[in-house]
Design a protein. Structure first.
Length: 290
């Protein structure tokens, strides 16, 4: 049998063992370690978020650049497209000299056209210059005139180029699908089929290679290759201006943006609209396709 003194001693020892715990120093060490772990996890989380944000920004810039190049490439690829008409200076079968009589070399540019010249001031020579120079690049100066509703000289970012692209619409007006119907007063282009052709009397060949006008009656004289069937097909005249502005929506927002001002069959280039944000530079180089 256990003695009473021994039993009491064992009970006291068990009580002391049950009451034992962390000391203050151990608790402080554990707290510090926990805080270090939390700080490490927080730093890792912030770094991951920062990396994801940078990747998203880089991906957006790459995609915006690709999209901008695609838009410009598609439009430049159509530059100088005038339906069935090929300017004489660009006609590989022509034997006439580009420096010859303008009547023999229609659409041969004799001067650099101003894309902002009002339509009311267009003479026949201006129309030939517009058709003959479908791509223009401005670097130091900007085109100006009442036919451009945007002041490119103040709206364009310094040190960037301005590109003008002209062509006829790729589809015939009113042909259905995605092509717009003929709109009275809009600017259209129609090519002759009998210019410089020999027609049997009393039929007469066309005396002009094309019509560029906003007046419906100006398109009544063109005929097909049989020299008598009237041509009704005409294409909308397109002129696009591309440049960089140093803000997107509000002046001072610091977001460089690719802008476009379009003369979409109308008689003037409309107010420029933002196309793609994040485009900081725009430089155009022209080459000779030989």
């Amino acid at each position: 049998m256990m003695k009473p003194q021994t039993l009491a001693s064992n009970i006291q020892a068990m009580q002391r063992a049950n009451q034992a715990g962390f000391s203050l120093s151990e608790l402080m060490v554990a707290t510090v370690l926990s805080m270090l772990v939390i700080l490490a996890l927080t730093a890792l989380f912030m770094n991951v978020n920062r990396t994801n944000a940078e990747l998203a920004k880089t991906s957006s810039q790459i995609e915006n650049g690709r999209f901008a190049l695609q838009i410009l490439q598609d439009d430049v690829a159509h530059a100088g497209f005038w339906g069935e008409y090929v300017p004489e200076f660009d006609n590989l079968t022509s034997k006439a000299s580009p420096e010859g009589d303008p009547l023999l070399m229609p659409a041969t540019p004799r001067a650099v056209p101003n894309p902002c010249m009002p339509y009311s001031d267009w003479a026949d020579a201006d129309k030939h210059n517009l058709i003959g120079i479908p791509v223009q690049v401005y670097r130091e100066t900007s085109p100006s005139g009442t036919a451009c509703l945007t002041d490119f000289s103040t709206d364009r970012k310094e040190g960037t180029d301005l590109l003008v692209v002209r062509h006829a619409e790729t589809c015939v007006a009113g042909s259905g699908g995605n092509c717009d119907d003929v709109v009275a007063g809009n600017l259209y282009f129609q090519a002759s089929r009998t210019y410089n052709n020999y027609c049997l009397a009393p039929l007469v060949a066309e005396i002009k290679p094309f019509v560029l006008s906003n007046t419906a009656t100006d398109f009544n004289g063109m005929t097909a290759k049989d020299c008598q069937t009237p041509i009704v097909q005409k294409r909308k005249f397109i002129s696009n201006v591309y440049y960089i502005r140093d803000y997107a929506a509000t002046q001072g927002d610091g977001i460089p943006t690719l802008m476009q001002s379009t003369q979409d069959g109308t008689l003037a280039h409309a107010e420029a609209v933002p196309l793609i944000e994040g485009i900081e530079a725009f430089h155009v180089e022209l080459g000779v396709d030989n």
